[in-house]
Design a protein around this ligand. Structure first.
Ligand code: SIN
Ligand code: FE2
Length: 216
C-alpha cells in the first residue's frame, strides 16, 4: 500500500528546472529500477563498495565503486579517474547497456545530446552517510553534463551555486529520480544531507546513487 501511494505521488511530481542547465526528472528511472539493480549485483561482486580516504586523511561516510572504462578514486594522493580498480588491480566492470541507455535518455531529456559517459560512480549511502558540498571538476570534458540516478531510501540533495557560500536549494530525491546538471550549472556546488533511517521496500536501509560522467 505504501508502495502504491509513493508511486502515485511520484507520478504527480513534475519535472523541475533547478537552475539554468539543471533539471530534476522525478521517477525517470522507475521503469528500469529492477533492471538497474540486477545489473548492479555482478558489478559489486567484482568491485565491492569501499570507503575511500580523502586527500586530507578522512574516511568518507559513503561507500563507493565504479563501472565503465574509468572509475573515480580518492586517496592520500588526491582525486582522479583511473582505468584500474586499485583494490583488485583489474579493469572496472563494464558499464551495463541498461545504465548507458538510461543515462543517455535522461541527458537528452534535459537537452544534452550525444552524452557519452566513460565513467559511472556508484555511491552507497547508509543511514548517517552524507556528502559534503563539492563541485564535480575532475572531468576534462567541461561541456558534458552530470547525470545522477537515485535508488532506495530518499535523501535531501543540496544544489547551490558556483560559489561555496551561495545558498542551496533542497530537493528530496526519491527512488527512481534523476537529476541532470550541465551548461551554466555544470560546476555548481552540491551535496547530500545526512541520510535518515527510513527503510526502503526494495533496497532496505540503503540509498544508491549512480552518477554518469563524460571524462573526455
Ligand atoms: C555526488 O555528488 O557524487 C552524489 C550525489 C548524490 O548522491 O545524489
Ligand atoms: Fe558530485
Amino acid at each position: 500500500m505504501a508502495d502504491l501511494f509513493d508511486q502515485l505521488n511520484d507520478d504527480n511530481r513534475q519535472r523541475q528546472i533547478i537552475a539554468e542547465g539543471a533539471v530534476c526528472l522525478p521517477g525517470f528511472a522507475l521503469n528500469e529500477a529492477h533492471e538497474l539493480l540486477d545489473a548492479l549485483t555482478p558489478i559489486v561482486e567484482q568491485a565491492p563498495y569501499r570507503y575511500l580516504q580523502t586527500p586530507g586523511g578522512h574516511t568518507m561516510s559513503v561507500a563507493m565503486t565504479n563501472c565503465g572504462h574509468l572509475g573515480w578514486v580518492s586517496d592520500r594522493k588526491g582525486y582522479r579517474y583511473q582505468a584500474l580498480d586499485p583494490r583488485s588491480g583489474q579493469a572496472w566492470p563494464a558499464m551495463p547497456e541498461v545504465f548507458l541507455n538510461l543515462a543517455q535518455r535522461a541527458a537528452s531529456e534535459a537537452g544534452y545530446r550525444r552524452f557519452q559517459p566513460q565513467a559511472c560512480l556508484i555511491n552507497q549511502y547508509r543511514p548517517g552517510s552524507k556528502m559534503s558540498l563539492h563541485q564535480d571538476k575532475d572531468e576534462n570534458n567541461r561541456a558534458a553534463p552530470i547525470v545522477s540516478v537515485s535508488l532506495g531510501m530518499s535523501a535531501t540533495f543540496l544544489f547551490g551555486g558556483l560559489r561555496r557560500e551561495d545558498s542551496c536549494q533542497k530537493l528530496i530525491l526519491q527512488h527512481g529520480d534523476v537529476v541532470v546538471w550541465g551548461g551554466a550549472s555544470r560546476f555548481c556546488f552540491h551535496g547530500v544531507q545526512t541520510v535518515k533511517d527510513r527503510e526502503h521496500s526494495l533496497l532496505g536501509r540503503q540509498r544508491i546513487n549512480i552518477t554518469f560522467r563524460q571524462i573526455y
